[in-house]
Design a protein around this ligand. Sequence first.
Ligand SMILES: [Zn+2]
Length: 140
Amino acid sequence: MDKLTANQRRVLEVLQQADAPLGAYAILKETGFRGATQVYRALDRLGDLGFVRKLESLNAFIACSDRGKASPAAFLICDQCGWIRELVDAREIAELQASLGQSDFQVVRAVVELHGICSSCAGRTTHGETVSTFNRSRQV
Ligand SMILES: [Zn+2]
């Protein structure tokens, strides 16, 4: 943490306190920075350091639950309520990383996004097929 600039620390705090991924403009609003450039610059650096990850499909950012170590990550994302959980040290993710290492391909950044319906939304939904898709994703 001590190597971070004040701006980077502020952006990280905002993301850690948020209960959902935030877009750059939501972060801008929370931080009170003058411009989006400051937010993007801080996010770039935090991403490089493994503190935050970008969820491409949502165009939003989330603080890593376990400081990244540039390892592949996977997120479960509920499309109904926005619930998100980061899978850390999931076996399949570790295997994916290992197999990519063997294929002579250097992974710089890997974020897997598994969209579905969370268990709490599933309890209220009648879309059985969608629910079972999510259940398969959950076993990752
Ligand atoms: Zn949900």
